[in-house]
Design a binder for this molecule. Structure first.
Ligand code: AP5
Length: 194
């Protein structure tokens, strides 16, 4: 099993590159943002609670996302591995993920951090907001999401760096060029299938 965390600020390309990675390497994609948006659109109690945070660009409480991840991993016990996109976002989440994977006799093998200048992030997300229908893709909430990233999520990069798992990858190039850079790191662990 090979488990990858695709890390980076809002708009850095985690979702876009996850799609390419899961296709090429036949891994399971777990995006906490997608899982939460699905709960919101189905008007579940969890979704109603999460929406209050998401609409303000704040992180949803740790216990909510950790519970979601645990059941999502259990859905595909025979997976070749997982790409975690948008998770973990706090040190508490990172420690919980380590425990969860240890219990399943596996671990996080690699963390790839997409590095993109802040003005590019804002431009990408404002641009996506024109068509996405995402309630958090407007300039005010984007700014709050980036602030939340700096204060609560950046420490996660330090956590993985301390464990020797972090690789920083430039993410400001085109989607295919960025994918090539990410693949160079992944193929040290796993060969592409497609
Ligand atoms: P989430 O859905 O995870 O959003 P995010 O991290 O803010 O990231 P985005 O999906 O906006 O960006 P991305 O990095 O995936 O980039 P993308 O590929 O889409 O989280 C949303 C909310 O849910 C959070 O604010 C929080 O409230 C909650 N949440 C989620 N997970 C949580 C957790 N673990 N704990 C607590 N709360 C949680 O690309 C963005 C745009 O750029 C697209 O239009 C794309 O086409 C474009 N683009 C991508 N790559 C390139 C490129 N190379 N060149 C040009 N354009 C590009």
């Amino acid at each position: 099993m090979f488990n990858l965390v695709l890390f980076g600020p809002p708009g850095s390309g985690k979702g876009t590159q996850s799609e390419n990675i899961v296709k090429s390497y036949q891994l399971q994609h777990i995006s906490t943002g997608d899982l939460l948006r699905s709960e919101v659109s189905r008007h579940t109690p969890l979704g109603t609670e999460a929406k209050k945070y998401m609409d303000q660009g704040m992180l949803v409480p740790d216990e909510v996302v950790i519970g979601m991840i645990s059941s999502k991993i259990d859905e595909t016990p025979d997976a070749r591995g997982f790409v975690f996109d948008g998770f973990p976002r706090t040190r508490t989440q990172a420690e919980a993920l380590d425990k969860l994977l240890e219990f399943k006799n596996t671990k996080i093998h690699l963390v790839l951090s997409l590095e993109v200048p802040e003005q590019d992030l804002i431009a990408r997300l404002v641009n996506r907001g024109i068509t996405s229908g995402r309630s958090d893709d407007n300039e005010e909430v984007i700014t709050a999401r980036i602030k939340e990233y700096h204060s609560k999520t950046e420490p996660v990069a330090r956590y993985y760096n301390e464990h020797g798992k972090l690789e920083r990858v430039p993410g400001h190039n085109s989607v295919p060029d960025t994918f090539k850079l990410l693949s160079k790191h992944i193929t040290k662990y796993l060969l592409p299938v497609a």
